[in-house]
Design a protein around this ligand. Structure first.
Ligand code: AMP
Length: 216
């Protein structure tokens, strides 16, 4: 089963992906995490993309395709993946279809997390990520503690693109370039819309129900 977690920045894709991975045999592939790792390690690619990442602009499709192709080709099979933050435009959605078709696989469902703009802003400004394990927390809604996170406080960082300045442009890019993909998946009848304004556990329960129904 391959799943796409879809939604605007701050919708809780990373948080829900972490919970899903703990409960189902799925592997998370987050293009945002892969790109941040490149920046963290100051690779040539990391240095090249830093300015666009900090402005919240999308990174070129060929760079993203190279990252995804590399990670997929390292796996023995392309199944049981949860894609977080990918695809981000129609071109990427079509490329993903072609890539997974090569492995006789398909996308089982697209879970689209719906959140209003004000909530998105609060979530983005409170977001904390662990640079060691990649888990996502929020200093207001979901602060890390000994039970939920054991890498230590030194790894906890704010994201360089989570600023008041970039929020509006990131939401605008989402609306103009990413949101139109929903129609593509709606036509394929694999789209599930989820109200993701509420509490993390309740949103997960709805997601769990959908994934479980796909398993049977
Ligand atoms: P995310 O962690 O998904 O919020 O992504 C953070 C940033 O990484 C985005 O604002 C983009 O600059 C870049 N990015 C992540 N995934 C993609 C993608 N699939 N296509 C283009 N840029 C991406």
């Amino acid at each position: 089963m391959n799943i796409i977690l879809f939604g605007p920045p701050g919708a809780g894709k990373g948080t829900q992906a972490d919970i899903i991975v703990k409960n189902f045999k799925l592997i998370k592939i987050s293009t945002g995490d892969l790109l941040r790792e490149e920046m963290e390690q100051k690779t040539d690619l990391g240095l090249k993309i830093k300015s666009r990442m900090d402005q919240g602009k999308l990174i070129a499709d060929d760079i993203i395709t190279d990252l995804i192709t590399k990670i997929i080709s390292e796996k023995k099979s392309v199944e049981d993946i949860i894609f977080d933050g990918y695809p981000r435009n129609l071109n990427q959605a079509k490329i993903l279809d072609t890539l997974i078709k090569k492995y006789n696989q398909r996308i089982s469902c697209v879970l689209s997390l719906d959140v209003d703009k004000e909530t998105l802003k609060k979530r983005i400004l409170g977001r904390i990520i662990c640079t060691n394990c990649g888990m996502t927390f929020n200093k207001y809604f979901n602060p890390p503690n000994e039970k939920t996170h054991d890498c230590g406080a030194n790894y906890l960082k704010l994201r360089s693109d989570d600023t008041e300045n970039t929020i509006n442009s990131r939401i605008e890019i989402y609306t103009n370039q990413t949101l139109p993909i929903l129609e593509y998946y709606e036509d394929k009848k694999i789209l599930h819309k989820i109200d993701a304004t509420g509490e993390i556990d309740k949103i997960y329960e709805e997601i769990r129900g959908i994934i479980t129904s796909l398993e049977t």
